[in-house]
Design a protein around this ligand. Structure first.
Ligand code: FAD
Length: 461
């Protein structure tokens, strides 16, 4: 059987497929920190037709296929399967069109997010999706995970940036629906099935992205607040006074801010005095002077009311980058801590302060040397917690930590994944966030589209 699929793939795809030890290590694993896996074959197609041919062959042989983007996923979703085929979209990296009348961009799934952002800017427009992994993650991966990121509060999740999609189904059928229109109610909105389904229903090959007017000016401010309730008051007034000009509201607990700034000498602390909570606010507007004035107004009233104790407004691009560098240092915590257990939970914003404090306290109660760092896109109800037990070395008690954290989230009616998805890591816990009826419906959809269970087998369900 193995011989036959190898022959079939080789005959159909030629140089676009490699096998066994010829598969480079970067295709063995994503960023979730699980052990790497060497698949049977790696296919790197150059066209939708080659993706379709791969799927037809794998479906005929009932061999599992793992779609891969930039491999920056944090849930194990792109980790291949032993004996299966890894299908990377990284060679399908063309920007096909920027339509400045419709404000759309048609891209292949392998375009890196930062390349799409730049192409939008070159055309005088703006792609509202942004995340720390922007240089490595690919549009297909962003859509398959329904990625969130730093500007969700203003522009929404990845789903909100998509007008049309082309997907290849597990049997090789190509469904091309590259709609550019904002309004299209002709039947089911099929693209929504594939966005956020983590490559379990179809392989995204092309997409029409919705672009925005480019904010002429983005202004940032970094604030120290006395405590989480004060920070919520700041969020309330920023939403009310800034409206759609509010593009980011990123919060860092002292646990995160102190650990990162002490551990990474290249990071600069904005204040000498410690604060109860830190927040990065970003506002975007057409008029630079008005935009800055609006942000300053919000900060002045918050300072006067005591919701903010201290604030820094950077006066150069360099200073702005320095402020954001602390928030974006998340890619470095592995280096500082070693193996860790990371969470991207979601819960009602007003509960986030109490829950983060309770998790941090419960962690040190259970493991006295525990490190638990909290931060998040709090304007979008998304809390990140990163945990490490130094005394446990390489044998981190991942399961026990996960159960501890998810216990608090389930009690608040939150979600176990606000943005990174379920993949492999969170699969055993999906029932905490979804009802049996929801899970049964998901299984029926999966069965209808992928009856041989070959596409991203073992992920999500
Ligand atoms: C430093 C850093 C910061 C991050 N910040 C954020 C953040 O702020 N917000 C956020 O949401 N995430 C964040 N992430 C997680 C990650 O970057 C996102 O999940 C991203 O969308 C994954 O894109 P990717 O191309 O790397 O996908 P991959 O990791 O390659 O794949 C992710 C999933 O999508 C599937 N897939 C990939 N391409 C396709 C395709 N073309 N068709 C069908 N299925 C496909 C894979 O099978 C897998 O299940 C961060 C990661 C890092 C390392």
């Amino acid at each position: 059987m193995t011989e036959t699929i190898v022959d079939a793939l080789r005959a159909e795809l030629g140089a676009e497929v490699v096998f066994g030890n010829d598969i480079p290590a970067r295709y063995h694993n994503d960023w979730a920190g699980m052990s790497p896996v060497l698949p049977l074959a790696l296919v790197r197609p150059r066209s939708t037709q080659q993706v379709a041919a791969t799927m037809r062959i794998c479906n005929a042989f009932k061999v599992p296929v793992t779609p891969q983007g930039g491999m920056t996923g944090l849930a194990g979703g792109a980790r291949p399967i032993k004996g299966g085929v890894a299908l990377s979209l990284d060679r399908m990296n063309g920007i096909e069109e920027v339509d400045t009348v419709m404000a759309t961009m048609t891209v292949q799934a392998g375009v890196p997010l930062s390349t799409a952002q730049k192409a939008a800017e070159d055309a005088g427009l703006f792609l509202g999706l942004d995340l720390g992994a922007r240089d490595s993650c690919l549009i297909g991966g962003n859509l398959s995970t329904n990625a969130g990121g730093n500007r969700v509060i203003r522009y929404g999740m990845a789903r909100e940036h998509v007008l049309g999609l082309e997907v290849v189904l597990p049997d090789g059928t190509v469904v091309t629906s590259l709609n550019k229109m904002l309004k299209n109610n002709a039947g089911y909105d099929l693209k929504q099935l594939f966005i956020g389904s983590e490559g379990t229903l179809g392989i995204i090959t092309r997409a029409v992205l919705r672009l925005q007017a480019r904010p002429a000016m983005l202004a940032s401010a970094f604030c120290g607040c006395p405590d989480f309730p004060s920070l919520l008051e700041l969020l309330k007034s920023a939403r009310q006074q800034m409206g759609s000009a509010l593009t980011s509201f990123e919060v860092m607990w002292p646990s995160f801010y102190d650990f990162m700034t002490q551990g990474l000498p290249n990071l600069r602390r904005a204040f000498n005095e410690p604060h109860g909570a830190y927040v990065l606010i970003e506002s975007g507007g057409r008029d630079a002077t008005e935009n800055e004035a609006l942000l300053q107004d919000v900060l002045s009233s918050a300072l006067e009311a005591g919701f903010v104790t201290d604030a820094v407004l950077p006066s150069s691009e360099r200073e702005t980058r320095d402020l954001w560098a602390v928030r974006e240092s998340v890619s470095e915590y592995g280096k500082l801590m070693g193996p860790l257990t990371a969470f991207d939970v979601g819960l009602p914003t007003s509960a986030a302060g109490k829950v983060a404090d309770a998790i941090e306290a419960a962690m040190t109660d259970r493991w006295p040397d525990a490190i638990a760092l909290s931060y998040g896109h709090i304007g979008d109800s998304n809390l990140h917690v990163v945990c490490h037990i130094p005394s446990a070395g390489q044998d981190q008690p991942h399961k026990e930590i996960t159960e501890l954290v998810f216990g608090f989230i389930a009690a608040e009616g939150g979600t176990i994944s606000a943005e990174h998805g379920i993949g492999l890591l969170k699969k055993p816990y999906l029932g905490l966030s979804r009802t049996p009826e929801e899970l049964a419906l998901m299984a029926r959809i999966k069965h209808a589209i992928d009856p041989n269970f070959i596409l991203n087998t073992g992920k999500v369900f």
